[in-house]
Design a protein around this ligand. Sequence first.
Ligand code: SF4
Length: 251
Amino acid sequence: MVSTDDADPREELAALVGSLRRTVAWHARAGAYGARAAVEVEVEAPRAPSEAPPAPGGRLSLAQIREELGDCQRCKLASTRNKIVFGNGSETAPLMFVGEAPGADEDRIGDPFVGRAGELLDKMIEAMGWTRQTVYVANTLKCRPPGNRNPEADETAACQPFLFRQIETIAPRVIVTLGRPAANLLLGNNAPISALRGQFHQFRGIRLMPTFHPAYLLRDPSKKREAWSDLKLVIAELERLGVQPPNPPRG
Ligand code: SF4
């Protein structure tokens, strides 16, 4: 942290305590019970005059993360986007889907997964017994790359912290990544989707299942069988974790 002589020490201390709380809360939710005990012994730190009240558990709320994102100009996609596509769904969703980047429809409307790929994702979610309102859907990038070109490394690096904060806040029990780029980003590797799908991985202690992107399934419907087999593993894993979907999943 950069410190200057004229910085307000209360702001610095509040920022440090806020960061520590979020880190400890994260480890507590990930199963570090010593950390959970630390969270329960709350220490009241002085709050900087400009700081919004924290959400329960000391983490940022989705609204706070969206506020921090603001009219983001952190990468060059800001100059070509129409709307920031932050993500939508339940802040407490046990199941989260992460795609790559907004397309033309999403850029126009401001919501993730609309259009034909979005309709297919809806069907996949409903077949699992869930709804768009009870899961959370986001992308690795919040602005559309022009012409749907592949995101560049600096763009992904600039946007990634916001997705990671969303995941920390939602704390889903299972994440499903859609397509290779989302899986590669969260798993920190460069493996093809064919080598990743069909088995669980971990992202910061959260079970993660990579599967095909709905847009790819529209181009190659023969892959739907494999995608459904991935989603059936997710259904079984949620059941094992004691998480019941709002509706019965399809066989
Ligand atoms: S892609 Fe992400 S980092 Fe880049 S301008 Fe959009 S919101 Fe900001």
